[in-house]
Design a protein around this ligand. Sequence first.
Ligand SMILES: Nc1ncnc2c1ncn2[C@@H]1O[C@H](COP(=O)(O)OP(=O)(O)OP(=O)(O)O)[C@@H](O)[C@H]1O
Length: 298
Amino acid sequence: MTGTAAIEAAALGMRFGRRGGWALRDCTFRLPAGRVCAVVGPNGAGKSTLLALAAGLLAPTEGSIAVLGKVPGAARERVGFVAQDKPLYPQLTVAETLRMGADLNTDRWDAATAERIVAGGDLNPKSRIRTLSGGQCTRVALALALAKRPELLLLDEPMADLDPLARHEMMGLLMAQAAQFGTTIVMSSHVVAELEDSCDHLLLVDGGRVRLAGEIDDLLDAHTLVSAPAQTALDPHTVVEARTTGRQLTALIRPTGPTPGDWRTSTPSLEELVLSYLRNPQAAAPAHTPAKTQEPAA
Ligand SMILES: Nc1ncnc2c1ncn2[C@@H]1O[C@H](COP(=O)(O)OP(=O)(O)OP(=O)(O)O)[C@@H](O)[C@H]1O
Protein backbone atom coordinates (compact mmCIF):
# COMPACT_ATOMS: atom_id res chain seq x y z
CA MET A 1 0.00 0.00 0.00
CA THR A 2 1.32 3.41 -0.96
CA GLY A 3 0.64 6.79 0.58
CA THR A 4 -1.39 7.81 -2.46
CA ALA A 5 -5.12 7.53 -1.98
CA ALA A 6 -7.10 5.59 -4.56
CA ILE A 7 -9.79 8.26 -4.36
CA GLU A 8 -9.71 11.53 -2.47
CA ALA A 9 -12.70 13.85 -2.55
CA ALA A 10 -12.95 17.29 -0.99
CA ALA A 11 -16.27 19.14 -0.71
CA LEU A 12 -17.29 17.29 -3.87
CA GLY A 13 -20.63 18.36 -5.33
CA MET A 14 -22.50 17.52 -8.52
CA ARG A 15 -25.62 19.11 -9.87
CA PHE A 16 -27.23 18.12 -13.17
CA GLY A 17 -28.25 21.36 -14.88
CA ARG A 18 -28.45 24.80 -13.35
CA ARG A 19 -31.87 24.29 -11.86
CA GLY A 20 -31.52 20.63 -10.94
CA GLY A 21 -31.10 19.45 -7.38
CA TRP A 22 -27.76 18.36 -6.03
CA ALA A 23 -27.05 14.69 -6.77
CA LEU A 24 -24.00 14.92 -4.48
CA ARG A 25 -23.02 17.67 -2.08
CA ASP A 26 -20.17 18.39 0.29
CA CYS A 27 -18.62 14.93 0.06
CA THR A 28 -15.21 14.66 1.64
CA PHE A 29 -13.55 11.28 2.09
CA ARG A 30 -10.32 9.41 1.44
CA LEU A 31 -10.18 5.84 0.20
CA PRO A 32 -6.71 4.37 0.74
CA ALA A 33 -5.23 2.30 -2.11
CA GLY A 34 -5.62 -1.46 -1.95
CA ARG A 35 -9.03 -1.52 -0.32
CA VAL A 36 -12.19 -3.28 -1.43
CA CYS A 37 -14.80 -0.62 -0.83
CA ALA A 38 -18.57 -1.03 -0.69
CA VAL A 39 -20.61 1.97 -1.81
CA VAL A 40 -24.11 1.58 -0.39
CA GLY A 41 -27.15 3.78 -0.06
CA PRO A 42 -30.77 4.04 -1.16
CA ASN A 43 -32.01 4.59 -4.72
CA GLY A 44 -31.08 8.07 -5.89
CA ALA A 45 -28.51 8.53 -3.11
CA GLY A 46 -25.76 9.52 -5.54
CA LYS A 47 -23.72 6.31 -5.81
CA SER A 48 -23.65 6.17 -9.62
CA THR A 49 -22.88 9.88 -9.77
CA LEU A 50 -19.95 9.39 -7.40
CA LEU A 51 -18.59 6.49 -9.47
CA ALA A 52 -19.03 8.42 -12.74
CA LEU A 53 -17.13 11.37 -11.23
CA ALA A 54 -14.31 9.02 -10.17
CA ALA A 55 -14.27 7.52 -13.66
CA GLY A 56 -13.92 11.00 -15.15
CA LEU A 57 -17.20 10.73 -17.08
CA LEU A 58 -18.67 13.68 -15.20
CA ALA A 59 -17.00 16.88 -14.04
CA PRO A 60 -17.79 18.08 -10.52
CA THR A 61 -19.95 21.16 -10.13
CA GLU A 62 -17.95 22.09 -7.04
CA GLY A 63 -15.14 20.71 -4.94
CA SER A 64 -12.59 18.21 -6.21
CA ILE A 65 -11.95 14.53 -6.71
CA ALA A 66 -8.54 12.95 -7.29
CA VAL A 67 -8.07 9.39 -8.49
CA LEU A 68 -4.70 7.69 -7.98
CA GLY A 69 -3.33 11.16 -7.20
CA LYS A 70 -4.54 12.74 -10.47
CA VAL A 71 -7.62 14.36 -11.90
CA PRO A 72 -9.85 11.47 -12.97
CA GLY A 73 -9.42 12.05 -16.73
CA ALA A 74 -5.64 11.76 -16.43
CA ALA A 75 -5.85 8.43 -14.59
CA ARG A 76 -8.24 6.77 -17.05
CA GLU A 77 -5.72 4.23 -18.38
CA ARG A 78 -5.20 2.89 -14.86
CA VAL A 79 -8.90 2.73 -14.03
CA GLY A 80 -11.52 0.17 -15.02
CA PHE A 81 -15.16 1.20 -14.92
CA VAL A 82 -18.25 -0.93 -15.34
CA ALA A 83 -21.29 1.34 -15.45
CA GLN A 84 -24.71 0.24 -14.24
CA ASP A 85 -26.05 -0.18 -17.81
CA LYS A 86 -22.89 -2.03 -18.98
CA PRO A 87 -22.45 -0.08 -22.24
CA LEU A 88 -21.03 -2.32 -24.99
CA TYR A 89 -21.21 -2.16 -28.78
CA PRO A 90 -24.29 -4.26 -29.66
CA GLN A 91 -23.18 -5.04 -33.20
CA LEU A 92 -19.82 -6.55 -32.16
CA THR A 93 -19.40 -10.21 -31.29
CA VAL A 94 -18.00 -11.29 -27.91
CA ALA A 95 -14.64 -12.10 -29.54
CA GLU A 96 -14.55 -8.73 -31.34
CA THR A 97 -15.35 -6.96 -28.08
CA LEU A 98 -12.42 -8.64 -26.34
CA ARG A 99 -10.17 -7.88 -29.30
CA MET A 100 -11.17 -4.22 -29.06
CA GLY A 101 -10.27 -4.32 -25.33
CA ALA A 102 -6.87 -5.79 -26.22
CA ASP A 103 -6.27 -3.14 -28.91
CA LEU A 104 -7.15 -0.31 -26.53
CA ASN A 105 -4.97 -1.65 -23.71
CA THR A 106 -1.95 -3.13 -25.46
CA ASP A 107 0.44 -2.57 -22.52
CA ARG A 108 -1.58 -4.30 -19.83
CA TRP A 109 -4.14 -6.58 -21.48
CA ASP A 110 -4.56 -9.94 -19.72
CA ALA A 111 -6.10 -12.07 -22.48
CA ALA A 112 -6.21 -15.24 -20.38
CA THR A 113 -8.36 -13.56 -17.72
CA ALA A 114 -10.74 -12.12 -20.31
CA GLU A 115 -11.16 -15.47 -22.02
CA ARG A 116 -11.58 -17.33 -18.74
CA ILE A 117 -14.38 -15.01 -17.60
CA VAL A 118 -16.20 -15.29 -20.91
CA ALA A 119 -15.74 -19.06 -21.05
CA GLY A 120 -17.07 -19.37 -17.50
CA GLY A 121 -20.44 -18.18 -18.77
CA ASP A 122 -20.45 -20.61 -21.69
CA LEU A 123 -20.61 -17.65 -24.05
CA ASN A 124 -20.08 -18.32 -27.71
CA PRO A 125 -17.32 -15.94 -28.84
CA LYS A 126 -19.21 -15.53 -32.13
CA SER A 127 -22.43 -14.30 -30.46
CA ARG A 128 -23.34 -10.66 -31.06
CA ILE A 129 -23.55 -8.54 -27.91
CA ARG A 130 -27.13 -7.55 -28.82
CA THR A 131 -28.21 -11.19 -28.54
CA LEU A 132 -26.86 -11.64 -24.99
CA SER A 133 -28.90 -11.53 -21.78
CA GLY A 134 -28.30 -8.77 -19.22
CA GLY A 135 -26.21 -11.09 -17.04
CA GLN A 136 -24.16 -12.26 -20.04
CA CYS A 137 -23.45 -8.63 -20.99
CA THR A 138 -22.32 -8.03 -17.42
CA ARG A 139 -19.91 -10.93 -17.75
CA VAL A 140 -18.40 -9.43 -20.93
CA ALA A 141 -18.19 -5.97 -19.32
CA LEU A 142 -16.42 -7.43 -16.28
CA ALA A 143 -14.06 -9.39 -18.54
CA LEU A 144 -13.10 -6.14 -20.29
CA ALA A 145 -12.61 -4.27 -17.04
CA LEU A 146 -10.60 -6.99 -15.25
CA ALA A 147 -8.40 -7.86 -18.24
CA LYS A 148 -7.29 -4.24 -18.36
CA ARG A 149 -5.49 -4.96 -15.04
CA PRO A 150 -6.56 -1.62 -13.60
CA GLU A 151 -5.14 -0.22 -10.39
CA LEU A 152 -8.62 1.00 -9.52
CA LEU A 153 -11.77 -0.86 -10.51
CA LEU A 154 -15.04 1.06 -10.27
CA LEU A 155 -18.09 -1.19 -10.45
CA ASP A 156 -21.64 0.15 -10.39
CA GLU A 157 -23.91 -2.64 -9.13
CA PRO A 158 -21.83 -5.27 -10.89
CA MET A 159 -23.71 -8.25 -9.49
CA ALA A 160 -27.26 -6.95 -9.98
CA ASP A 161 -28.21 -9.15 -12.93
CA LEU A 162 -25.94 -12.14 -12.32
CA ASP A 163 -27.34 -15.47 -11.14
CA PRO A 164 -26.18 -16.73 -7.73
CA LEU A 165 -23.47 -18.99 -9.15
CA ALA A 166 -22.15 -16.25 -11.41
CA ARG A 167 -22.18 -13.76 -8.50
CA HIS A 168 -20.14 -16.16 -6.43
CA GLU A 169 -17.70 -16.75 -9.27
CA MET A 170 -17.33 -13.03 -10.07
CA MET A 171 -16.88 -12.05 -6.44
CA GLY A 172 -14.15 -14.70 -6.19
CA LEU A 173 -12.44 -13.32 -9.29
CA LEU A 174 -12.60 -9.78 -7.95
CA MET A 175 -11.16 -10.82 -4.59
CA ALA A 176 -8.38 -12.77 -6.33
CA GLN A 177 -7.56 -9.70 -8.43
CA ALA A 178 -7.44 -7.53 -5.32
CA ALA A 179 -5.22 -10.03 -3.47
CA GLN A 180 -2.85 -10.71 -6.36
CA PHE A 181 -2.38 -7.22 -7.76
CA GLY A 182 -3.40 -4.97 -4.88
CA THR A 183 -6.21 -3.59 -7.05
CA THR A 184 -8.48 -1.12 -5.30
CA ILE A 185 -12.07 -2.13 -5.94
CA VAL A 186 -15.00 0.20 -5.38
CA MET A 187 -18.38 -1.41 -5.90
CA SER A 188 -21.87 -0.18 -5.33
CA SER A 189 -24.54 -2.65 -4.34
CA HIS A 190 -27.91 -2.89 -2.66
CA VAL A 191 -27.17 -6.35 -1.27
CA VAL A 192 -25.31 -5.22 1.82
CA ALA A 193 -25.11 -8.67 3.41
CA GLU A 194 -23.23 -9.92 0.34
CA LEU A 195 -20.55 -7.26 0.80
CA GLU A 196 -19.69 -7.92 4.42
CA ASP A 197 -17.27 -10.80 3.76
CA SER A 198 -15.65 -9.24 0.71
CA CYS A 199 -15.27 -5.55 1.47
CA ASP A 200 -13.04 -3.93 4.05
CA HIS A 201 -14.07 -0.30 3.53
CA LEU A 202 -17.46 1.39 3.48
CA LEU A 203 -18.91 4.52 1.92
CA LEU A 204 -22.51 5.03 2.95
CA VAL A 205 -24.09 7.61 0.65
CA ASP A 206 -27.50 9.02 1.53
CA GLY A 207 -29.28 12.00 0.05
CA GLY A 208 -26.15 13.04 -1.84
CA ARG A 209 -23.97 13.09 1.30
CA VAL A 210 -21.38 10.64 2.54
CA ARG A 211 -22.74 9.63 5.95
CA LEU A 212 -20.23 6.96 6.90
CA ALA A 213 -16.74 6.46 5.49
CA GLY A 214 -14.07 4.19 6.88
CA GLU A 215 -12.78 0.70 7.55
CA ILE A 216 -15.72 -1.64 8.11
CA ASP A 217 -14.11 -3.32 11.14
CA ASP A 218 -13.56 0.07 12.80
CA LEU A 219 -17.12 1.14 12.08
CA LEU A 220 -18.58 -2.10 13.46
CA ASP A 221 -16.32 -2.00 16.53
CA ALA A 222 -17.50 1.54 17.28
CA HIS A 223 -21.12 0.37 17.53
CA THR A 224 -23.00 -1.99 19.84
CA LEU A 225 -26.39 -3.63 19.47
CA VAL A 226 -28.20 -3.52 22.77
CA SER A 227 -31.14 -5.51 24.01
CA ALA A 228 -32.60 -4.37 27.34
CA PRO A 229 -35.95 -3.90 29.08
CA ALA A 230 -38.15 -1.14 27.65
CA GLN A 231 -37.70 2.23 29.44
CA THR A 232 -33.96 1.56 29.88
CA ALA A 233 -32.11 4.85 29.71
CA LEU A 234 -29.40 4.66 27.06
CA ASP A 235 -27.54 7.84 27.95
CA PRO A 236 -24.73 8.81 28.07
CA HIS A 237 -24.21 6.63 25.01
CA THR A 238 -24.84 7.98 21.53
CA VAL A 239 -28.01 6.45 20.14
CA VAL A 240 -28.18 5.79 16.40
CA GLU A 241 -31.50 3.97 16.66
CA ALA A 242 -33.76 2.76 19.46
CA ARG A 243 -36.93 0.71 19.05
CA THR A 244 -39.30 -0.71 21.62
CA THR A 245 -41.32 -3.84 20.96
CA GLY A 246 -43.55 -4.78 23.88
CA ARG A 247 -41.30 -4.91 26.92
CA GLN A 248 -38.09 -5.08 24.90
CA LEU A 249 -35.83 -2.24 23.84
CA THR A 250 -33.46 -2.83 20.94
CA ALA A 251 -30.94 -0.15 20.12
CA LEU A 252 -27.85 0.54 18.11
CA ILE A 253 -25.53 2.75 20.11
CA ARG A 254 -22.03 4.12 19.99
CA PRO A 255 -20.88 3.45 23.53
CA THR A 256 -19.08 6.27 25.26
CA GLY A 257 -17.87 3.85 27.97
CA PRO A 258 -18.72 0.46 29.48
CA THR A 259 -22.34 -0.68 29.23
CA PRO A 260 -24.26 -2.07 32.26
CA GLY A 261 -23.77 -5.80 32.85
CA ASP A 262 -27.48 -6.59 32.58
CA TRP A 263 -27.72 -5.36 28.99
CA ARG A 264 -27.39 -7.98 26.28
CA THR A 265 -24.90 -6.62 23.77
CA SER A 266 -23.42 -7.73 20.47
CA THR A 267 -21.53 -6.29 17.52
CA PRO A 268 -23.86 -5.36 14.65
CA SER A 269 -23.59 -6.86 11.20
CA LEU A 270 -22.77 -4.48 8.37
CA GLU A 271 -26.38 -4.69 7.22
CA GLU A 272 -27.71 -3.81 10.70
CA LEU A 273 -25.35 -0.85 10.86
CA VAL A 274 -26.27 0.47 7.43
CA LEU A 275 -30.03 0.00 7.92
CA SER A 276 -29.95 1.77 11.28
CA TYR A 277 -28.26 4.82 9.80
CA LEU A 278 -30.58 4.88 6.80
CA ARG A 279 -33.67 4.64 9.00
CA ASN A 280 -32.36 7.51 11.11
CA PRO A 281 -31.23 10.37 8.90
CA GLN A 282 -30.54 12.56 11.94
CA ALA A 283 -27.95 10.14 13.41
CA ALA A 284 -24.52 11.73 13.25
CA ALA A 285 -21.46 9.87 11.99
CA PRO A 286 -18.91 8.61 14.53
CA ALA A 287 -16.29 11.20 15.40
CA HIS A 288 -13.35 9.16 14.07
CA THR A 289 -14.95 8.40 10.71
CA PRO A 290 -16.82 11.60 10.02
CA ALA A 291 -17.99 12.35 6.53
CA LYS A 292 -16.18 15.65 6.54
CA THR A 293 -12.78 14.74 7.90
CA GLN A 294 -9.97 12.81 6.30
CA GLU A 295 -8.94 9.56 7.85
CA PRO A 296 -5.24 9.38 8.61
CA ALA A 297 -2.98 8.69 5.65
CA ALA A 298 -2.07 5.02 5.31
N1 LIG B 1 -28.17 12.56 -15.98
C1 LIG B 1 -28.90 13.02 -14.97
N2 LIG B 1 -29.67 14.11 -15.11
C2 LIG B 1 -30.39 14.62 -14.09
N3 LIG B 1 -30.41 14.08 -12.86
C3 LIG B 1 -29.67 12.98 -12.65
C4 LIG B 1 -28.88 12.39 -13.69
N4 LIG B 1 -28.25 11.30 -13.17
C5 LIG B 1 -28.63 11.22 -11.89
N5 LIG B 1 -29.48 12.22 -11.57
C6 LIG B 1 -30.07 12.46 -10.26
O1 LIG B 1 -29.04 12.44 -9.29
C7 LIG B 1 -29.47 11.78 -8.11
C8 LIG B 1 -28.51 10.65 -7.79
O2 LIG B 1 -28.64 9.67 -8.79
P1 LIG B 1 -27.68 8.40 -8.86
O3 LIG B 1 -28.00 7.66 -10.13
O4 LIG B 1 -26.29 8.82 -8.64
O5 LIG B 1 -28.20 7.56 -7.59
P2 LIG B 1 -27.86 6.06 -7.15
O6 LIG B 1 -27.51 6.11 -5.71
O7 LIG B 1 -26.88 5.45 -8.07
O8 LIG B 1 -29.29 5.37 -7.33
P3 LIG B 1 -29.69 3.83 -7.66
O9 LIG B 1 -29.40 3.04 -6.44
O10 LIG B 1 -31.15 3.95 -7.93
O11 LIG B 1 -28.90 3.40 -8.87
C9 LIG B 1 -30.91 11.33 -8.36
O12 LIG B 1 -31.77 12.28 -7.78
C10 LIG B 1 -31.03 11.36 -9.87
O13 LIG B 1 -32.34 11.68 -10.25
